[in-house]
Design a protein around this ligand. Structure first.
Ligand code: IMP
Length: 824
């Protein structure tokens, strides 16, 4: 037997390692880290021992990477995000180290299955959806491109809730992902910073007689760093995601303890530590709770102390700060960093205001993620002033100076002053965090072309007029390492065998697949991979939903957060329409479909949760109707998250991207589907438009109103969803069947809010106005699916033309155009 571990195509890391070394490392970790007898170890022990083994490799490379940054003195990038939706790390690390297949082989010889071992890892679900997953994809690209970058966030003890479906309803359970500990992090008790809250502001004169300000009588908690190492692909770069965990400032309050008040002493410790306890499960819903504000400030304050510590090691003063450091704010969640940095510079470092402001604006970039005004974050002045009194003062000062400039530019325009003020003068005064972020950053970017255009012309028009050039577009992307190479080994292997492996670090190489779309033999291989993936998903659906589905049917999939604007309900209306047609013998020529849903609803979002119930109720009726059989099946896969997604995208035929035009900022699920060979049915919204541009109109199914048409319809009091219902018998039959209890065992009250919402002409998401065109378009989809060679041809072309949607391209654009960081 060859004692050398076989080398993968990208492997540089394990060159000198023998199988014997490898086994003894695993055994060592099993014994000394886990205290387990290697001969009696189960797959969880093996998973952990394997993770520790890989972590050893990562940490050596991380130190070398960090030393390289110091040696080269390159500009550093700090990506601040309240969410990092990482998912699992074992498979990804093995892939990026170039050792996945080889490790699987070694484990097989030991009698273990790597796939099974990987299932032991809990997802790190430290994010809600697209925004958090984007941050995770960005870290992968930053590491792969060798950019000196750090992710900063919070190490939530409980990530996004675990979703179960009970009697068709979503039930939320705590996501206790740390219950067995996570082998991927390094706790850094030496990197501990105090974070202050409450207290009051005091002015005093220093010994030079200058008026100074200080923030006193505060309550303090401590932030401790936990580092998760993120390897680049095949390049020995390892970067750091530093997540903060809250610790009481003293283990227990000794004063209270000595007075015999043991319980209150312990209580203070518990309360301090709640700061990093749980991720807020909101998604495009405005949250305004004190704990959330404290979380935001907690991670920003700790992060800035860390940034400044590192800066001060090599630099005197702050003159070159913005040339040395770029800070990107992922949405407004970290925007309190702007007044925090000003407070540090002005109050603690005695930098004059104007100079401090120049440094501040030069340092920050802000990424906006939403088009919906109601999703923009604001904080009540009263709350912010109580928790962070000095920051509120600074925000007022920033606003005063900003409005002076506005007044000078537009004399007499009090309306503009009111509209652009960082302070909203509503009955409850609020701080508009998006405005603060725009004013305090040199760059404001949208996440798709349409989104950026709408920011400039609608949501932030006044600001775009005032700051020409500040707004720019960075269309989102996804990492092909996780979203093709790792999640779809069958397709990735076929592609690499056909055109070589360069696409893994340069996704534009996929273009070389185009000619193969015309070859019948290649198409057969392509179809075979898809069918195998569908068989695996069918097994998952059986296991998770108890529904038996046929892998030879079209897999029509919508997975994403459940939200009215994303219009899962529109999809349900199509499903019900199909059901009636099939059950009544009106449809004999459309291909059999398996319609798959997945996604979580915010626990407080009644309508979204009712939509989940409707999907499950409709599924129950259809799946049990013998007239239907395989012609139509519906499944709601519970607990949608990164790991479930990795199983769904490779098995999908049709990708549902059907939000109301002008509501979805970008979407990234749309890119993951296409990259795995699904065709898209979608509206002209978010990045769908750019997918259309890339793949060509003949390779995508577009329907529905444009953003302009949506706006016109909303402004037209005569537009009436009711007339669609009244005049289209098929639509009427569909809606009536929801209303009359056909899917709710005769209960007409359960889904009444849904039917009423649809027939109300104020329906903000205009479902019925798009429904007829959607039904038409779905017929086209069905017809094409029956022509399998053509369908597969288009599937290949979709993959071949996805080059633009690599997060490597996105990160290159951020680096060059926002951060001023050179990149190869
Ligand atoms: P930090 O940048 O201070 O957070 O340290 C991260 C890692 O970078 C350390 O564990 C060291 O390996 C390395 N490092 C820290 N300071 C220096 C330095 O001044 N020169 C070279 N490497 C350093």
């Amino acid at each position: 037997m060859n004692d050398k571990i076989p080398q993968g195509p990208y492997c540089a890391v394990f060159k000198s390692l023998t199988k014997k070394d490898f086994l003894s490392t695993i055994n060592h970790h099993m014994l000394s880290f886990l205290g387990r007898d290697p001969q009696r170890a189960g797959s969880r022990d093996l998973y952990k021992a394997l993770a520790y083994t890989i972590r050893d490799f990562l940490v050596e490379r991380w130190i070398a990477t960090q030393k390289g940054y110091y040696a080269k003195g390159k500009k550093r990038v700090y990506y601040l995000s309240l969410e990092f939706l990482i998912g699992r790390s074992l498979g990804n690390s093995l892939i990026n180290l170039g050792f996945y297949d080889e490790m699987a082989g070694v484990l097989q010889e030991m009698g273990y299955d790597l796939e099974e071992i990987r299932e032991e890892e809990d997802d790190a679900a430290l994010g809600n959806g697209g925004l958090g997953r984007l941050a995770a994809c960005f870290l992968d690209s930053l590491a792969t491109l060798g950019i000196p970058a750090y992710g900063y966030g919070i190490r939530y003890e409980y990530g996004l809730f675990y979703q179960r479906i009970v009697d068709g309803f979503q039930m939320e359970y705590p996501d206790n992902w740390l219950r067995y500990g996570t082998p991927w992090e390094f706790e850094r008790p030496q990197n501990l910073y105090p974070v202050k809250y409450y207290g009051r502001v005091q002015r005093y004169r220093n010994n030079k007689g200058e008026l100074r300000t200080e923030w006193i009588e505060t309550k303090e908690i401590m932030a401790m760093a936990c580092d998760v190492l993120v390897p680049g692909f095949n390049n020995d770069n390892v970067i750091n995601m530093r997540l903060w965990t809250a610790k009481a400032s003293r283990e227990i309050d000794l004063g209270s303890f000595n007075r015999g008040n043991y319980i209150s002493a312990v209580q203070e410790k518990v309360q301090s530590e709640t700061i990093s306890k749980v991720l807020y499960p909101s998604d495009d819903i405005r949250e305004g709770q004190e704990l959330r504000l404290k979380q935001q400030y907690f991670f920003v304050a700790a992060t800035f102390q860390d940034i400044l510590r590192r800066h001060k090691k090599k630099h005197e003063g702050f003159d070159s700060f913005a040339d040395e450091i770029a800070v990107q704010l992922n949405d407004t969640h970290p925007a309190i960093a702007i007044p925090e940095f000003m407070r540090i510079l002005v109050d603690e470092e005695s930098v004059p205001w104007d100079k401090a402001w120049q440094i501040c604006v030069g340092t920050f970039g802000y990424t906006n993620h939403t088009l919906m005004p109601e999703a923009l974050e604001t904080w009540p002045v009263e709350l912010l002033g109580r928790v962070l009194p000095r920051h509120l003062e600074i925000i007022y000062e920033i606003n005063r100076r900003f409005l002076e400039l506005v007044a000078a530019r537009y004399p007499g325009r009090d309306d503009l002053l009111r509209e652009m003020s960082i302070i909203e003068e509503s009955p409850v005064k609020r701080v508009r965090m998006a405005y603060l972020a725009i004013v305090g950053s040199h760059s404001v970017n949208g996440v798709a072309e349409l989104h950026t255009h709408l920011l400039k012309t609608r949501l932030f028009k006044n600001f775009h007029d005032f700051y020409p050039g500040r707004f720019n577009c960075k269309t989102n992307g996804i990492t092909q390492r996780r979203w093709l190479l790792k999640c779809n080994p069958g397709l990735a292997g076929l592609i690499t065998d056909t055109i070589g492996g360069e696409w893994v670090t340069n996704l534009d190489y996929l273009r070389n697949l185009e000619p193969y779309a015309e070859q019948a033999k290649f198409r057969q291989k392509w179809a075979k991979v898809k069918t195998e993936n569908k068989k695996r998903l069918a097994a998952l659906i059986k296991q998770e939903c108890g529904v038996v589905v046929n892998p030879n049917t079209m897999f029509d999939v919508q997975v994403k957060r459940i939200h009215e604007y994303k219009r899962q309900l529109l999809n349900v209306l199509h499903v019900i329409t199909l059901y009636h047609r099939i059950a009544n013998g009106e449809d004999t020529d459309s291909p059999p479909r398996t319609v798959v849903f997945g996604g979580k609803a915010a626990p407080s979002y009644f309508k979204a949760k009712l939509i989940i119930k409707l999907i499950n109720s409709v599924a129950e009726v259809i799946n049990n109707d013998s007239r239907v059989g395989d012609r139509l099946k519906v499944a709601f896969i519970p607990n949608y998250g990164v790991s479930v997604a990795e199983k769904i995208f490779p098995a999908s035929d049709l990708s549902e991207q059907i939000s109301t035009a002008g509501t979805e900022a970008s979407g990234t699920g749309n890119m993951k589907f296409s990259l795995n060979g699904a065709l898209t049915i979608g509206t002209l919204d978010g990045a769908n438009i750019e997918i259309l541009e890339e793949v060509g109109a003949e390779n995508i199914f577009i329907f529905g109103m444009t953003t302009e048409e949506v706006e016109a319809a909303r402004q037209n009091p005569d537009h009436n969803a009711f007339t669609v219902y009244r005049d289209n018998p098929e639509v009427k039959r569909t809606l009536d069947s929801i209303g009359n209890g056909s899917f709710s065992r005769g209960d007409t009250a359960l889904f009444a809010p849904i039917v009423e919402g649809l027939l109300n002409s104020n329906d903000p998401y205009l479902l019925l106005l798009d429904l007829e065109d959607y039904l038409r378009c779905q017929k086209e989809v069905g017809a094409l699916y029956l022509d399998q060679p053509n369908w597969i041809r288009k599937s290949i072309l979709n993959v071949a033309r996805m080059g633009k949607f690599s997060s490597d391209r996105t990160i290159r654009e951020y680096a060059r155009e926002i951060w001023g960081v050179p990149v190869d």
